[in-house]
Design a protein around this ligand. Structure first.
Ligand code: LMR
Length: 333
């Protein structure tokens, strides 16, 4: 029996490589930190479906949601090392890697509406920013939407004075850090996967995020109030490992580009609806009170954070900020 097993194993060693190489698909590990039922989660699943279809199974996409493989910072390192091939981190997460220009998306109130976002990401600035990722060993393939951010805490936050002394979880962005400091709050950078517990245990008092993230991570269960402020935006860049992408056979890369284009259109189409539905589900749950900021409250918030544009000009680049504002101007929803 033992001898037979050995012989079978030895035979497998000789037979397997040829058999495997004839059919082994190219594997794309796509890691992300949010739930599958979010704009990014659904976009990633759509990309998997289309990539496998258009390549006729020559490419297999393995999607790992909810930080199951890596947390925010680790996943970017894993991409650079080639341990995963594809990610869609939020714009805010490229700063610590040295691509600080992406933090322009974090400037409060920089986007008057969604149409302005499309103008920027689809225009020369959007293209230039993606190009900056090359030097980090990655290629930016597409911009994916999530939506506008809301503030949450265990007390209602109407005016800047209400933020004073509260600890807020932020993504790893210097612009977001400055935003909360201008409000008199204490920002604390933390991985997305740790936010729920940090809110539950009181490590932080509040956070800012989109409706879909607040809902799918159950943050609304551990925050008494959510303020509908729409003060900032969360969106993503889909990135691939540069070497992996450039080494792909040209026909496969073309098929994957087509899959990415269609998955992008699909995800960006459903993002707004996903966020509205998440907001309605939170409202229905009765676990958290939604407070809609008045015009006067919004104006007070804007005024309080306004100095951020000058304070951050050096980090993000004044030319980048000006170009963003110029390209966004004039877009109407
Ligand atoms: C966050 O860290 O709050 C978000 O960037 C998570 C995400 O990917 O939407």
């Amino acid at each position: 029996m033992r001898k037979w097993l050995f012989a079978a194993a030895a035979a497998a060693i000789f037979i397997a490589p040829a058999a495997v190489s004839a059919q082994a698909p190219i594997v794309i590990k796509f890691s992300h930190v949010v739930a599958p039922n979010t704009p990014k989660g659904k976009g990633a699943d759509k990309f998997k479906e289309l990539a496998e279809k258009y390549t006729n199974g020559k490419v297999k996409v393995e999607v790992y949601p909810n930080s199951t493989l890596y947390k925010d910072k680790e996943e970017l390192e894993a991409l650079q090392l080639g341990a995963v091939q594809m990610l869609a981190p939020s714009n805010s997460k490229f700063g610590p890697m040295g691509v600080k220009e992406f933090e322009v998306f974090d400037l409060p109130y920089i986007l008057p509406n969604k149409a302005a976002l499309r103008k920027v990401t689809g225009g020369p600035l959007g293209k230039r920013l993606l190009g900056l990722l090359d030097s980090k060993g990655m290629i930016g393939l597409a911009y994916w939407d999530n939506g506008f951010k809301q503030m949450s805490a265990n007390k209602p936050l109407h005016v800047p004075a209400d933020y004073k002394g509260l600890k807020f979880r932020i993504q790893s962005s210097k612009v977001l850090e400055a935003q909360f400091r201008l409000l008199g709050a204490i920002p604390q950078s933390m991985a997305f996967s740790e936010v729920y517990q940090a809110l539950q245990t009181g490590v932080v008092d509040g956070q800012e995020n989109t409706w879909s993230n607040i809902y799918t991570q159950k943050m609304f269960e551990v925050q008494k109030y959510i303020m509908e402020t729409n003060h900032g935006y969360i969106g993503y860049v889909v990135v691939v490992n540069k070497k992996f992408w450039e080494d792909l056979p040209a026909d496969i890369r073309g098929q994957l580009e087509k899959a990415m284009q269609e998955a992008t259109a699909y995800g960006n189409d459903i993002a707004e609806k996903e966020n509205i539905e998440a907001m309605e589900a939170i409202k229905k749950s009765g676990r958290s009170t939604i407070v809609v900021a008045t015009d006067a409250e919004n104006a007070a918030m804007r005024k309080a954070v306004e100095p951020i544009y000058d304070d951050m000009a050096k980090r993000v680049g004044k030319a980048t900020i000006d170009e963003f504002v110029k390209e966004a101007a004039g877009a109407t929803n």
